[in-house]
Write a new protein. Structure first.
Length: 342
């Protein structure tokens, strides 16, 4: 007859310890004897193979960039800080700011209209979103630039009555104004959907509570709903700002002197196409990188107190990786991160 091992009953009492004994016949150490704090994660062998492949590809890329004379890095450096390039960058930033302001303001109004109880207003706002999201922005830019072929004169006044202001379309619709109309109106359609999605993400109980307090719809939207919806609106809006900065390059087709058109006008004279295009690429990367960093700070601001998984900055990520790689010794408490406590 089999008899129980005399030590098998030592862990039957739950008050003796939290670990469990190793199964009989396997001869392994108990769970309490394993040094979990000092354990290192197991690395898959293919991970080092992937690192080696990426290192070889990166070395080949660096060799290609620095040994190919067709890049003409000296020419790139001379034009990178040129005054004419700076004017093109200023036009690009100006277009981005103005178009995004128009897109955000008009997008909020269209989003509220789409959620209105008025069926006429809801249909008009829905048709606006349908049209401007369905037509490519390049086609819209060309259309606004050639509006004089459709309307030789533009006038403002009473319908079927006297005119207050009028003028030639070619004088009113300049390339800059056509670019602002094309980019701003198109962006408003996308921002309307972003804002509408953010408003729908807010708990309906917030609106009911504001109604119980006697707030008007406009005051409830401004003071209660919209601030809570910002954490849903800000991330895609940041992406739209970056997309708008890159979309300004399309205005080169209507002869507006943005960054790309300025670069094109230079290499059409000097035939240094690749170096000038590299100048444009580098400046677009610089501007989008700045916008990305600004977006991360804004996201962290609106995510305060709303989620435990707030967007991490680069320093937070580095500190987290360092804490994972250097675990605390057994029996020692890990010091809290000052950034986490802040």
């Amino acid at each position: 007859m089999a008899t129980a091992h005399p030590q098998a009953t030592e862990r039957d009492d739950p008050g003796e310890g939290s670990g469990t004994a190793a199964p009989s016949g396997q001869g392994g150490p108990a769970a309490d004897d394993v040094d979990v704090a000092g354990a290192a994660p197991v690395r898959h062998p293919l991970r080092w193979l992937a690192v080696a492949v990426l290192a070889v590809l990166g070395a080949q890329l660096c060799h290609f960039l620095f040994t190919n004379p067709n890049f003409e890095w000296g020419t790139v450096g001379s034009y990178f800080t040129a005054e004419i390039i700076g004017k093109g960058i200023a036009t690009t930033i100006e277009l981005t700011v103005v178009a995004m302001v128009i897109g955000i303001v008009l997008g909020v109004l269209v989003a509220v209209g789409r959620m209105s109880a008025n069926p006429v207003l809801r249909s008009v706002c829905g048709a606006y979103v349908w049209f401007f999201r369905g037509v490519p922005v390049l086609v819209q830019l060309v259309f606004w630039y050639n509006l004089s072929a459709l309307l030789p004169r533009i006038s403002l006044g009473v319908p079927f009555g006297p005119e207050f202001v009028s003028g030639q379309t070619n004088h009113l619709i300049t390339p800059l104004f056509a670019a602002i109309l094309g980019l701003g109106l198109n962006e408003a359609a996308y921002m309307a959907e972003i804002v509408r999605g953010g408003l729908l993400g807010v708990d309906p109980g917030q609106t009911e509570a504001s109604d119980a307090l006697g707030m008007t719809r406009a005051r409830s939207l401004r003071r209660i709903v919209l601030p809570q919806a910002m954490r849903f609106i800000v991330p895609p809006t940041g992406s739209q700002v970056i997309n708008m900065l890159k979309a300004t390059s399309l205005v080169s087709v209507i002869a507006l002197s943005d960054l790309l058109y300025t670069v094109q006008s230079i290499y059409n004279r000097t035939f240094e196409t690749i170096p000038l295009l590299l100048v444009a690429c580098l400046w677009y990367l610089v501007m989008t990188s700045v916008l990305y960093v600004g977006q991360s700070f804004i996201e962290r601001y609106y995510a305060r107190g709303a989620t435990r998984n707030a967007p991490q900055s680069f320093w937070d990520f580095a500190l987290f990786k360092r804490r994972v790689r250097t675990p605390a010794a057994p029996g020692q408490d890990q010091e809290p991160d000052p950034k986490e406590s802040a």
